[in-house]
Design a protein. Structure first.
Length: 80
């Protein structure tokens, strides 16, 4: 269940709600008007994966020089 952040006149708090639940309008502590905030998600990439293995700087085992097989045809290699 996601946590939604709300802001009251005196404090900020989070509430776990279903996505289908209606937003909170009144603060339970002070009875004041509440505004729903936009907060960042909890999505985090960790460890290896497509970026670390295929798109970052040269790692162990990667080619050290441009492709020699396609040098003549691709036009992108500097060894031609």
């Amino acid at each position: 269940m996601p946590t939604y952040d709300y802001l009251c006149s005196g404090h900020e708090f989070g509430v776990q709600q279903k996505m289908s639940d209606s937003p909170i309008n009144i603060c339970e502590k002070c009875g004041g008007e509440v505004t729903k905030l936009i907060s960042s998600g909890n999505f985090l990439l960790k460890g290896g994966g497509w970026y670390a293995d295929g798109y970052s700087s040269n790692k162990k085992g990667g080619p050290d020089k441009p492709c020699e097989a396609k040098a003549a045809s691709c036009g992108g290699c500097e060894s031609a």
